[in-house]
Write a protein that binds this ligand. Structure first.
Ligand SMILES: Nc1nc2c(c(=O)[nH]1)N[C@H]1C(S)=C(S)[C@@H](COP(=O)(O)O)O[C@H]1N2
Ligand SMILES: [Mo]
Length: 321
């Protein structure tokens, strides 16, 4: 069970108790037509049951780890959850295809079990770890986060996983480590997009400062909607940095490396004028080709104002003073 921590921003009166938070969330889920029998169990103790949904997701070898308790500190109250079908069929995963609605149709041969993650570089506890070792080593929790793609669409998703800070603590970086570099799987034999975009700087790679990576918001996600992460969403383990544009949230991670210099990143290498290293969500900094002042909630297309740091200013602004 998770320890209850006061929410980081003011919640409406109706959402301040575990029961009411759980109930209102169930109502959202029921409104979307996917409340199953499991969700009718009462909220237990201080925690809240994790997302009850799993029926419409493709089976995952990691389903047995989920659902996990919802951590209410990370609720989203001003907008509804995105339905799971949208979140699992409208994807950016260029290793497969640049067509968002085609990714989920191309992942069939992508094997995500067994899977190892290499912890490397400037740290005391480097090595190759089975992903199941990580999923049992760190307490898993569910968090509902806004997710904002640089292309100006947004969704709201219940991710399950563990804070990246826990993995960093486990890795024990040395005092020379100032950045964390992440690398995705890259297997052209089962990823048709790699050869189709052969001039791209594969493997997909990303980076954060060590301070950003240690921030409580940075989540290593292995589940979605109370089930194992579908391959199109970056199984078995991907990063979620919800205050940054979606391309920082690297999928299907095989390597986490502690380094002293700012690492190159996939999109910054490809189009340096359009995609920086930091990439924080900011309504006042337009993309060179479009405004970032508003965003489109998928699938309905409702336009809402973009929030600075995607609404997570209170958690992350101390990183940028
Ligand atoms: N390895 C890898 N990770 C990636 C991408 C990618 O193409 N390859 N796309 C990024 C982008 S642009 C976005 S918006 C999100 C999309 O995540 P989703 O499909 O789970 O919504 O994944 C990010 N992580
Ligand atoms: Mo994106």
């Amino acid at each position: 069970m998770l320890i209850k921590v006061p929410p980081g921003w003011t919640l409406p009166e109706s959402a301040v108790t575990p029961e009411s938070a759980w109930r209102s969330r169930r109502e959202i889920l029921r409104g979307l037509g996917f409340v199953g029998a499991a969700s009718l169990l009462p909220a237990c103790g201080l925690g809240v049951r994790g997302s009850p949904f799993s029926g419409e997701l493709p089976p995952s070898p990691y389903d047995a780890y989920f659902p996990v308790p919802l951590n209410e500190r990370y609720a989203v109250t001003e907008r509804a959850l995105t339905d799971p079908e949208t979140a699992t069929t409208y994807n950016n995963f260029y290793e497969f295809t640049t067509s968002k609605d085609g990714v989920h149709l191309l992942v069939e041969d992508f094997e995500v079990e067994p899977w190892t993650v290499e912890i490397a570089g400037l740290a005391d506890n480097t090595g190759t770890f089975d992903v199941e070792d990580l999923l049992t080593r760190f307490e898993l929790e569910e968090r509902i986060y806004r997710f904002r793609c640089v292309e100006a669409w947004a969704m709201t998703v219940p991710w399950s996983g563990f804070p990246l800070a826990k993995l960093i603590e486990f890795a024990a970086p040395t005092s020379d480590a100032r950045y964390v570099r992440f690398v995705s799987a890259n297997d052209p034999a089962v990823m048709p997009g790699v050869s189709a975009s052969s001039s791209y700087p594969w493997p997909y790679h990303e980076g954060l400062t060590l301070a950003e990576a240690s921030n409580e918001m940075a989540l290593m996600a292995a589940g979605i909607y109370g089930a194992g992460l579908p391959r199109q969403n970056g199984a078995p383990l991907r990063l979620i940095t919800p205050w940054k544009y979606g391309y920082k949230s690297i999928k299907s991670i095989v390597r986490v490396e502690f380094v002293s210099e700012q690492p190159a990143t996939f999109w910054n290498t490809l189009v340096p004028d359009e995609y920086g290293f930091e990439s924080n969500v900011d309504p006042d900094v337009p993309h060179p080709r479009w405004s970032q002042a508003s965003e489109r909630l998928i699938p309905d297309g409702e336009e809402v104002p973009t929030m600075k740091y995607n609404g997570y200013e209170e958690y992350v602004s101390n990183l940028y003073r």
